[in-house]
Design a protein around this ligand. Structure first.
Ligand code: DHB
Ligand code: FE
Length: 280
């Protein structure tokens, strides 16, 4: 059977992707931000997982105001990096796992999560930057990826509780797939970030770290943080953190922390990253 072996979360800041693409990760400004990913890169190389279910948000690259799916699952064989205005990032195409993706779509929909099924879409920094952070600059990504896009760009985003429950449903879907696959679930986006307006650059390190604390172990406290608290405490784009709760819901009740990293500043935002494994 397929099984979820680990989960991780990470910010998906496009400037981190640009630093990798332009060979600047060793620069004085960037080195401390990237140092916190070294442990994970070595660990991922050992894990050799088959599939990553990658929870991210599209930033008006694949979807725009014409179509706003709350939860969408990518069932294609392949996803191309999106052109976000400077041309697509120089990274490999993302290989999907259509069989598992369709199985998850069926399982989620029959489990009463009304997913939008996407058979063709390009993927932006929300998805490609985390792959670069964990795997560097390979010729081909070493895992297949099932993209799950969550709308956190246009009001109303889903609640944190609903995101957590989606993660629980993803875990049920994976556990009922007959092939022997090692599957990870990644949540991306966050932490503090306010990209525009008078509060641009807002960072609330105390709140971010308390969020990381509450992600660990046997706790469900984060399910009930209201949207307004994310906005007030962490800025308007801090709402991306509800996507971390999909990952956390998929890991079950208790987790063990393998690695944790927090760094400010990176661009206008805070970098947060945690690696968890389920404890049965
Ligand atoms: C930026 C954009 C993002 O989507 C994000 O999650 C963090 C930072 C940015 O433009 O700096
Ligand atoms: Fe983002």
């Amino acid at each position: 059977m397929a099984r979820i072996t680990a989960g991780l979360t990470t910010s998906h800041i496009p400037a981190l992707g640009a630093a990798i693409d332009l060979g600047k990760t060793g620069d004085t400004y960037w080195a401390p931000a990237f140092a916190g990913y070294e442990w994970t890169r070595a660990w991922e190389a050992e894990q050799k997982s088959d599939v990553v279910i990658l929870i991210y948000n599209d930033h008006a690259s694949a979807f725009d105001m014409k179509v706003i799916p709350t939860f969408a699952i990518g069932c294609a064989e392949e996803f191309q990096p999106a052109d976000e205005g400077w041309g697509p990032r120089p990274v490999p195409a993302v290989q999907g796992h259509a069989d598992l993706a369709w199985h998850i779509a069926q399982s989620l929909i029959l489990d009463e999560f009304d997913m939008t099924i996407i058979n063709e879409m390009d993927v932006d920094h929300g998805l490609t930057v985390p792959l670069s952070l964990m795997f560097g600059q390979p010729e081909a990504w070493p895992v297949k990826v099932i993209p799950i896009a969550v709308n956190v760009v246009t009001y109303p985003p889903p609640s944190g509780n609903r995101c957590w429950a989606l993660g629980e449903a993803i875990a049920r879907a994976v556990a009922s797939f007959p092939e022997d696959l090692d599957v990870q679930v990644w949540g991306t986006g966050g932490m503090s970030h306010q990209l525009q307006g008078p509060r641009a650059g807002l960072i609330n390190a105390a709140w971010d770290n308390r969020f990381l604390d509450r992600l660990e172990g046997d706790t469900q406290e984060l399910r009930h943080i209201p949207h307004i608290e994310y906005l007030r405490e962490t800025g308007s784009e801090g709402i991306e953190m509800v996507m971390w709760l999909v990952m956390r819901g998929a890991l079950g009740r208790a987790t063990r922390t393998l690695h944790r990293h927090y760094h400010v500043p990176a661009s206008n935002t805070a970098v947060g990253h945690i690696v968890l494994e389920p404890v049965s």
